[in-house]
Design a protein around this ligand. Structure first.
Ligand SMILES: Nc1ncnc2c1ncn2[C@@H]1O[C@H](COP(=O)(O)OP(=O)(O)OP(=O)(O)O)[C@@H](O)[C@H]1O
Length: 662
């Protein structure tokens, strides 16, 4: 016997006041009363706790303290609408309960249970939505029968049923001899078959009819199973649309993550401080020349010496007098390949202190080969020891340490052929071999480089001049094809160094740079520092543009993401309510949503990390693996939080109670 005592329910007004009611085993009970008297509220309060409800339930004289467990084991509830799990087919409803019972159910058994409630020839692969409301209610009774529930509660089971369906329902109810049935109804046909009828009057249950002695009581001997709900196994129950929504959310999240990858890269580029931007030499050295002819592209110091022409003394004086200028020195280099043909790159040998020699060969068609450059007393890396220094890049490329010897033949300019009809002079070279002992390997933040050269052997300016002046007319001039052609037209004259480097006070670098450009159209200047600043500004601008566009795209993505999640959770609200009606604890329902969110997070984050790895291998830079992975994990986590917040918002939002019009 199910006994409910001391029932107190109140909302704006008292619905029940210390009411008591008994339900006898294997009897059909009806609760009748005026509309709004509290029939539905009472039935629902048997299966779910509420702060507005106080009552004491005992079953077979045992007080029920764990309502959820009691509902799972004993009660099948069919509401007025015949609510079913919208995420399950008819077959899945049975398999869901079968899983909870820890068993399997065959199609044959399903059909057997359905035929017990007069549901023949139903396509069990379909959703219960294909059934009429009467059929649905009988389907739910069949589920209760399968679950061995001994108490079946039906709220207005005849609501919206036609005569034929009422008759069928009546037949089914009469067949459930061993079940305790509790229903609310206004239908006389159903009331006739009820053993016990209670009327709600003055907030109490008044017994109008009690034929329970007549009813055939059967002793319940069947074993009551303990139903277990698995939040993990529940993940599989989704409609095709819900699967599409979930996949859609993952796709949008991955899209947002993919957008973030080039953004991180752009951010890194914009925020990487090139050591040359802060280094003394690049700030204080401005390359200068006076050009003959047109400037077709950016001025590349030393490499563009063919259309450099001498300055008049007063022109140089004028530049020297600019505020911030410390001194103006001549500058040139000795390359490893013939710069007038870009051919015949010489071998470069490195001999370590143990005498091991390593020979390096460079692409003769490229400018990226070692070259000798002078250094000056103004360079901060000058130790004043007249030593041979090498750039960090040369040390890295040719594995050169301090104390190693470097040996190579270098191209030293000898003559120049200047034609009146051509702004480009032709320069002839002689090859000279030198062997240097490396005194110091410079750090990137010390050295100076040019756009074309970063593998540099720095020699003292005095030594550079000595080498240049050591060339005499007896040295064998390399007669490359352009020298031969030029020599047929004009006589050679000794080579002159026509390019300069200005040492400036770093605070005046920009002023001097701009002042020289304004002096004359044929003056070209190059400052590593200023170029990097320009590049830096461009990169920052590029990052900002990317940030705005990515932000816009991701914003749209997040709106789509929230919208999908909103509708997904909205579609699940009914399902969650039904789980509660089945005695599934709120905690377990949240665990299943948490598991789903976990799956979403792992899949999204996993694909994001894979994309990040592929992207980094594409840009061939794995130096910031941690940053890339960190950003992917953080964005995935933020999206997960959005997911959870939207879920909570929808689930906490009060659902309007739907009722069927009687
Ligand atoms: N969650 C709630 N919050 C506020 N009031 C509620 C709530 N649930 C029920 N009520 C009120 O309790 C009263 C009883 O409602 P209930 O639906 O149980 O009546 P009923 O007897 O089933 O009516 P009907 O025969 O029309 O279905 C109604 O006045 C209803 O407005």
């Amino acid at each position: 016997m199910l006994e409910v005592k001391n029932i107190n329910i109140s909302f704006q007004r008292n619905i029940f006041n210390n009411a008591n009611i008994k339900f006898y085993d294997s009897c059909i009970h009806a609760i009748v009363g005026k509309s709004g008297s509290g029939k539905t509220t009472f039935l629902r309060s048997i299966i779910q706790d509420s702060s507005r409800v106080q009552m004491e339930i005992s079953y077979n004289e045992e007080v029920i303290s764990e309502k959820d467990e009691f509902v799972r084991k004993h009660i099948g509830y069919v509401d007025q609408l015949g609510s079913y799990f919208p995420n399950m087919s008819i077959k899945q409803h049975f398999s869901f309960y079968a899983k909870m019972k820890g068993e399997k159910i065959s199609v044959h058994d399903i059909n057997e249970f359905l035929s017990r409630v007069n549901l023949h020839h139903v396509n069990i692969k379909k959703s219960p939505s294909v059934l009429s409301i009467g059929e649905r209610k009988r389907f739910l009774i069949a589920l209760s029968l399968y679950c061995d529930k001994d108490i079946i509660i039906l709220d207005e089971p005849t609501a919206s049923l036609d005569k034929k369906n009422i008759a069928l329902l009546k037949e089914v109810l009469l067949s459930l001899k061993d079940k305790t049935i509790i229903l609310t109804t206004h239908t006389q046909e159903i009331l006739e078959i009820c053993d016990v009828v209670y009327r709600i009057e003055n907030q109490q249950f008044e017994c109008e009819k009690n034929d329970n002695d007549k009813s055939k009581k059967e002793n319940k001997t069947h074993e009551i199973k303990n139903y277990r709900f698995s939040p993990i196994k529940y993940f599989q129950y989704k409609t095709p649309i819900q699967w599409i929504q979930l996949i859609g959310m993952i796709v949008i999240s991955v899209f947002i993550l993919a957008q973030s990858l080039p953004l991180i890269q752009s951010f890194l580029i914009a925020n990487t401080i090139n050591p040359q931007v802060t280094n003394q030499s690049s700030k204080e050295m401005i390359f200068l020349r006076n050009r003959s002819g047109q400037l077709y592209f950016m001025y590349d110091p030393i490499m563009d010496c063919y259309n450099s022409k001498p300055f008049a003394r007063q022109e140089l004086d004028k530049i020297e007098q600019l505020e911030g200028v410390k001194t103006i020195e001549k500058i040139d280099m000795f390359p490893l390949f013939n710069p007038s043909t870009y051919e015949n790159c010489e071998k470069f040998e490195v001999i370590d202190e143990k005498g091991n020699m390593q020979t390096y060969e460079f692409d003769s068609y490229g400018s990226r080969a070692p070259a000798i450059y002078p250094y000056y007393k103004y360079n901060s890396f000058n130790d004043g020891d007249n030593g041979i220094y090498i750039s960090s890049m040369l040390s890295k490329m040719c594995d050169i340490q301090e104390g190693d010897m470097i040996k190579a033949k270098w191209y030293i300019p000898k003559n120049q052929y200047i034609r009146n009809d051509n702004p480009y002079r032709v320069i002839s070279y002689v090859l000279k071999e030198f062997e240097f002992k490396v005194t110091k390997v410079l750090k990137p933040e010390e050295e100076y480089t040019t756009p074309s050269h970063d593998m540099i052997v720095y020699i003292p300016y005095s030594m550079y001049n000595e080498i240049l002046n050591s060339i005499n007319q007896d040295d064998k001039e390399i007669m490359s094809s352009n020298v031969i052609r030029a020599s047929e037209k004009v006589d050679p004259v000794p080579y002159t160094v026509d390019e300069y480097v200005i040492f400036v006070d770093e605070d005046y670098a920009s002023d001097v740079y701009n002042a020289i450009l304004e002096m004359d159209d044929s003056y070209d200047v190059y400052s590593t520092y200023m170029s990097y600043l320009d590049i830096d500004a461009m990169q920052r601008e590029a990052f900002q543009t990317k940030l705005i566009s990515t932000g816009g795209i991701c914003g749209i993505g997040i709106i789509a993401f929230i919208t999908i999640q909103y509708f997904l959770m909205k579609s699940r609200k009914e399902e969650i309510e039904l789980l509660r009606n089945n005695g599934i604890k709120r905690k377990q329902i949240y665990q299943s949503i948490l598991f789903e969110n976990g799956v979403y997070f792992i899949v999204t984050c996993g694909i994001g990390l894979l994309l990040s790895y592929l992207y980094q291998s594409y840009i061939e830079d794995f130096t910031n693996v941690l940053l890339f992975s960190g950003v992917i994990i953080v964005i995935s986590f933020v999206l997960l939080c959005v997911n959870v917040i939207v879920s909570q918002f929808i689930l906490k939002k009060k659902k309007r109670v739907r009722k069927v019009k009687l």
